[in-house]
Design a protein around this ligand. Sequence first.
Ligand SMILES: [Zn+2]
Length: 288
Amino acid sequence: MWVSDECFLLTGPTNIGLVRTGEGQAVLIDSGGDDSSGRRIRKALEAEGLTLQAIYNTHSHADHIGGNAFLQTRLGCRIYAPDRETAFVRQPSLEIHMLYGSPAPDEFNHKIFVARESQAEPLSSASLPEGMQVIPLPGHSMDMVGFRTREDIVFLADCLVSHETLSKYAISYLWDLDRYKETLQQVCGMQARLFVPAHAVPCTDIRPLAMENLRHVADTEEKILELCREPATWETLLRGIFLSDGLHMTAAQHVLVGSTLKGYLTSLVSRGAVRYFFEDARMLWERI
Ligand SMILES: [Zn+2]
């Protein structure tokens, strides 16, 4: 659906933006989860009589780059991704290697981690269409960015999640807690004609949802600190989070929640709230 003269949104599991940049030309902000998403985008382009110039990936997670390969092969478009995310878009198997820490058993090579390879180039201001700006939004992933279009529509990628997701889960995926919080604080003060989070309903006032995400992060920190009242291994802390949330342990959840938990612990250690020590061939975490 068109939400302005130049911006067409394809809403779904990942909200995707098609931005008209000139007569009959458009660029894409993210490409969805797989080939079927690529097909849906191609249909929308055809229906609107638009030629795709380029895809701008906000970050390298598979649900944002999964349509890249289909569209690049069929339409020959260029693909841009921010800084270190570029390597992951070019080699998506790096994602599970990073999360797991070595070549992982097959069960971990799930489609939520591994997209098809595509030929991405590093994003620079020179590679942007006229009037479009990059907004650094690190934290959820290493170098995630958002985009502000020349019509003042802001794409926020995964820097926050919906109220429904917050109600359901105590912990949502992030890479670097400190950067994640700084980004959310920045988002709290943003103004735009329309905000488009990748996994929440587009809105004109993002502050309430950004504040709710910040409060949720603070609650999660408290929960982890409570679990660290007695010295505990990382696996014990992970179990505590799964039990309190009623989460079902799967290979995917284990690496996602496990990696996020490590992100929280690193931040808590750097702030002097938690310490770790080695005892009896175990690494133990304890509240200070
Ligand atoms: Zn993501």
